[in-house]
Design a protein around this ligand. Structure first.
Ligand SMILES: Nc1nc2c(ncn2[C@@H]2O[C@H](COP(=O)(O)OP(=O)(O)OP(=O)(O)O)[C@@H](O)[C@H]2O)c(=O)[nH]1
Ligand SMILES: [Mg+2]
Length: 279
């Protein structure tokens, strides 16, 4: 039986429908090597038993130095446009993208933050509650890669340890090729592994890898939301005797058990979640 919580609303566009688990950019720095949805997630989707996942917004926050191309990346994905002119983001902005993942509606709220130092305190107020942190750097500017550590640290400070998927994204791929590109990517992969983040190279100008990247983000965030929802519901219900269900409150958290970490599911050969301290 399909869940009665399935939302009404406009159907999602065809290119936001994700039926198979999107692949990583490189196995050298990826969060998940599986090529299929988690078994429990597929089963829940088939039964329409995905709880409130279709009704909630998952939050993804994009951080990184000024001028690296955060806004351009988001605009390419959400509006399919590219602007050569630079207009600094002031504070924050966001877009909401609706997907259908394994037959279930899923919405991602993508927060675009300002890279300029003077806006940092405004932007950092919006880091909280992120399910996904995307740290962007410019592939042609090694300093922006070096600054990625600090951006990630700042974003993690506002969130529960182990509660976020981390991505490191090299932008402006169209400006590099051959050995220069390989070298920049190798350095980025090294840092991504230290950060326990998944690495992607993209170009907002040409659109290369942009849709694939956000599909991957959406699929991982969706999977985690479904697993979290299943766990929340199973720990809130204790089955007894002839099958009566007794709702329980978890005392420690007032009925809202801490969600499982993305890496805690038995089918995930993923790395452990970060305890990323300053270096
Ligand atoms: N060639 C090329 N240029 C890009 C690409 N992405 C962004 N740019 C350019 O880089 C400049 C900065 O892009 P933005 O997206 O505004 O940078 P931002 O990170 O949002 O900057 P802040 O809002 O100040 O933090 C603009 O002139 C863009 O046109 C890309 O993929 N390729
Ligand atoms: Mg911007």
């Amino acid at each position: 039986m399909r869940s009665s919580l399935t939302p009404l609303g406009p159907s999602v566009s065809r290119d936001r429908i994700i039926t198979s688990f999107p692949k990583w950019y490189t196995p050298a720095a990826c969060l998940q090597l599986r090529e299929h949805f988690h078994g429990q997630v597929s089963a829940a989707c088939q039964r329409g038993n995905t709880g409130t996942v279709g009704l909630r917004l998952s939050k993804a926050v994009v951080v990184g130095d000024l001028y690296v191309g955060k806004t351009s990346l988001i605009h390419r994905f959400c509006k399919n446009v590219f602007d050569h002119d630079y207009k600094a983001t002031i504070g924050v902005d966001f877009e909401i993208e609706r997907f259908e993942v394994a037959g279930t509606p899923f919405s991602l709220q993508i927060w675009d933050t300002a890279g300029q130092e003077k806006f940092k305190c405004i932007a950092s107020a919006y880091y909280r509650g992120a399910q996904v942190i995307i740290t962007a750097f410019d592939l042609t500017d090694v300093q922006t890669l070096e600054h990625s550590r600090q951006w990630l640290e700042d974003a993690l400070r506002e969130n529960e340890p182990g509660s976020c998927f981390l991505f490191l994204v090299g932008t402006k791929k169209d400006l590099l090729s051959g050995a220069a590109c390989e070298q920049a990517e190798a350095e980025a992969v090294r840092l991504a592994n230290e950060m326990q983040a998944e690495y992607w190279s993209v170009s907002a100008k040409t659109g290369e890898n942009v849709k694939a990247f956000f599909s991957r983000v959406a699929a991982l965030a969706f999977e985690h939301s479904v697993l979290q929802d299943l766990e929340r519901r199973s720990s809130a219900l204790l089955q007894v005797g002839g099958g009566d269900l007794i709702p329980l409150l978890t005392p420690r958290t007032g009925g809202h058990p801490r969600p499982p970490l993305p890496s805690s599911c038995p089918e995930c050969p993923a790395r452990s979640r970060p305890s990323w301290g300053s270096s």
